[in-house]
Design a binder for this molecule. Structure first.
Ligand SMILES: NC(=O)c1ccc[n+]([C@@H]2O[C@H](COP(=O)([O-])OP(=O)(O)OC[C@H]3O[C@@H](n4cnc5c(N)ncnc54)[C@H](OP(=O)(O)O)[C@@H]3O)[C@@H](O)[C@H]2O)c1
Length: 268
């Protein structure tokens, strides 16, 4: 990387895969801008990154469900005199209670946090990366975006499919600019995700240990992939088998098999 230190903005850095990616980037010599809604865990992580890796880490609070948040966040970053060399769109959550039992505001928030905010942040920050001839965009999608639809968490898979395809389009457009774009598609990963959506007990009972990965490993695979400019990466052999099978099955069979997911979680 030479003398100059580059700075990576990570959304959803207060927990799980986002925090793991922050540690991974800091270990590789990057500075960080950490954002999420909870200040305590962000500040603790910033202090840890400084102490362990000598990385500078700025903390900026933002609720990405707020339509104004992406523009405000980018303005706050500029006001601090910071430059964003890389963007990790990671913040996310799901609701597994079924379409009609989910508050419409939660649906809007899901779409804003995982779909609109990544698009807007990319549109705001990519011009600078292209101009400087160096950039990284890592979009944390999901294995769910590569699998057939599931009932219960109705919007989650489609939102993640969008992110995968949008990443691939951007990857094509960014070729030759020095900007790398990757969609990271984790399967079940140990984080706060299933505590937040209240399905921890059910998913632990329904899906055995071998189906789960640690956030650190997912982060390492994700950052390796964006450094190598792979348009999409799915961590773990089993997850790759599942993704391939998901694409091969005819719709009716796939929906019967995978569509039972939410039922197994006793959510419908
Ligand atoms: N865990 C899995 O099995 C799994 C599998 C595939 C994909 N993923 C994806 O991985 C990404 C990270 O999830 P995770 O598993 O690490 O979950 P997590 O531990 O629950 O972390 C989610 C992060 O998103 C942030 N966030 C949530 N709502 C937000 C909002 N309105 N505004 C700003 N930040 C918000 C949270 O921060 P605050 O609460 O502090 O705002 C937190 O830092 C998500 O996009 C998820 O869809 C997870």
């Amino acid at each position: 990387m030479g003398e100059e230190r580059r700075t990576i903005l990570i959304t959803g850095a207060s927990a799980g895969i986002g925090a793991a990616l922050a540690r991974e980037c800091a270990a590789r010599g990057y500075d960080l801008i950490l954002t999420a809604r909870r200040e305590g865990p962000l500040q603790a992580l910033a202090d840890e990154l400084q102490a362990r890796y000598g990385a500078a880490a700025a903390v900026l609070l933002a609720d990405l469900a707020d339509p104004e948040a992406p523009v405000r966040l980018v303005a706050d970053i500029a006001a601090r005199g910071l430059t964003v060399d890389g963007l990790i769109n990671n913040a996310g959550f799901s609701r597994t209670t079924g379409f009609l039992s989910t508050d419409p505001a939660a649906h809007s928030a899901m779409i804003r946090v995982m779909l609109t905010a990544p698009v807007e942040l990319s549109r705001l920050l990519l011009p600078g990366m292209v101009e400087r001839g160096w950039g990284r965009v890592l979009n944390v999608a999901s294995l769910a975006g590569q699998m057939p639809a599931t009932g219960g968490d109705t919007l989650y898979g489609p939102i993640k499919s969008f992110l995968i395809k949008a990443s691939q389009g951007l990857w094509l457009e960014m070729r030759g600019t020095g900007v790398h774009v990757t969609a990271l598609c984790p399967g079940y990963t140990y984080t706060e995700f299933h505590d937040v959506n209240g399905s921890r007990e059910q998913v632990s009972a329904a899906y055995p240990r071998w189906m789960w990965m640690d956030a650190d490993r997912v982060a390492r695979i994700g950052w390796d992939a964006v450094e190598a400019n792979r348009p999409r990466v799915t961590p773990g052999v089993m997850n790759n088998v599942l993704a391939a099978l998901g694409g091969l099955l005819p719709d009716a069979l796939a929906l019967k098999m995978v569509g039972g997911h939410a039922k197994r979680l006793d959510r419908l």
